[in-house]
Design a protein around this ligand. Structure first.
Ligand SMILES: CC(C)(COP(=O)(O)OP(=O)(O)OC[C@H]1O[C@@H](n2cnc3c(N)ncnc32)[C@H](O)[C@@H]1OP(=O)(O)O)[C@@H](O)C(=O)NCCC(=O)NCCS
Length: 231
C-alpha cells in the first residue's frame, strides 16, 4: 500500500513542473486527494460496503471536484492535474501512469448495467475537457487532445483530436516508459484535409485549362488570406 502511495506522489513530481516539495504535493494537490479517496472507496466497494464506498467517493468529490465512482479500477501512477470537473464512471478501467487534466469525462453512452465506460491503457494522456464515451479502449501511449470527443476505439500509439475525435496513428512506436505530455502538439486534421482538397482542385483546374486551350484560372499560391473570412 505504501508503495502505491509513494508512486502516486512520485507521479505528481514527474508530470507537474510546478510541484516543489512532498509536503506541498501531499497538502495541496486535489488530484492526489481524489486518487487516495478512491483507493479507500474502491476497497470498500469490492469488500461489499457499497453504500459506504459511495459515501467516501462523494466526500472526496465535495472536497476536490473530482468524481470517481468507487467501482472504477485505477492503476498506479495515476495523476489528475488541476482536477475540477473530472468524472470517471463505474465500469471505467484505467491502466498505469495515466494522466488526466481538468474537465475530462470517462463516461457511458448507454443505460446497460454491464461494461459501459472506457478502458484507458498505460501511459495515456487525456487533455483538458476531453470526453471519452462508451465501452471503448484507448490504446497504450496514446494522446487525446483537449476538448476531443472520443467515441470509437483508439489503437495504441495514436493521437486523437476534434469532435468527433479523429484518430491519427503514429508512424513509429515511442517505446514509452512515461506518458507523452506533449499534448500541445496536435495535428490539424481539418486544415490538412482542406489543403489536400485545394491542391487537387488546383491540379484539376490546370488540366481543364490545358484540355480546352483557354487561359488557366488565376490560382493563388497561398490558401487564403484573412480577407477571405471578413464579415
Ligand atoms: C450524441 C449521442 C447521444 C449519440 O448517440 P447515438 O445516437 O447512439 O449515436 P451513435 O453513437 O450511433 O453516433 C452517430 C454518429 O454521431 C457521432 N457522434 C456520437 N456522439 C458524438 C458526440 N458526442 N460528438 C460528436 N459526434 C458524435 C458518431 O461518431 C457517429 O458518427 P458516424 O456515423 O460518422 O460514425 C452520444 O454519443 C453522446 O454523446 N452521449 C452523451 C453521453 C455522455 O455525456 N455521457 C456522460 C456520462 S457521465
Amino acid at each position: 500500500m505504501f508503495n502505491t502511495l509513494r508512486q502516486d506522489i512520485q507521479s505528481v513530481f514527474e508530470r507537474d513542473p510546478a510541484a516543489r516539495s512532498w509536503l506541498e504535493v501531499v497538502l495541496l494537490y486535489p488530484g492526489l486527494h481524489a486518487v487516495w479517496g478512491h483507493r479507500i472507496s474502491h476497497w470498500l466497494w469490492i469488500h461489499d460496503f457499497k453504500l459506504l464506498g459511495r459515501w467516501v467517493s462523494q466526500i472526496a468529490r465535495g472536497i476536490t471536484g473530482i468524481e470517481i465512482h468507487p467501482g472504477a479500477t485505477i492503476g498506479h501512477g495515476f495523476f489528475i492535474d488541476h482536477g475540477m470537473g473530472v468524472v470517471i464512471g463505474e465500469t471505467a478501467e484505467v491502466g498505469k501512469n495515466v494522466t488526466l487534466y481538468h474537465g475530462v469525462t470517462l463516461g457511458g453512452t448507454s443505460l446497460n448495467k454491464g461494461k459501459r465506460h472506457p478502458t484507458i491503457e498505460d501511459n495515456v494522456v487525456v487533455g483538458a475537457g476531453a470526453k471519452i464515451l462508451g465501452a471503448i479502449t484507448v490504446g497504450a501511449d496514446s494522446r487525446i487532445g483537449a476538448n476531443a470527443v472520443v467515441n470509437k476505439p483508439v489503437p495504441p500509439d495514436s493521437v486523437v483530436v476534434g469532435v468527433p475525435g479523429q484518430i491519427v496513428k503514429r508512424k513509429e512506436h515511442r517505446y514509452a516508459t512515461t506518458p507523452d505530455l506533449n499534448h500541445g502538439v496536435m495535428p490539424d486534421m481539418i486544415g490538412a484535409s482542406v489543403i489536400s482538397l485545394m491542391s487537387r482542385v488546383d491540379a484539376l483546374e490546370k488540366i481543364l485549362a490545358m484540355d480546352h486551350k483557354h487561359e488557366p484560372m488565376q490560382v493563388r499560391d497561398s490558401l487564403w488570406t484573412i480577407d477571405d473570412f471578413a464579415i
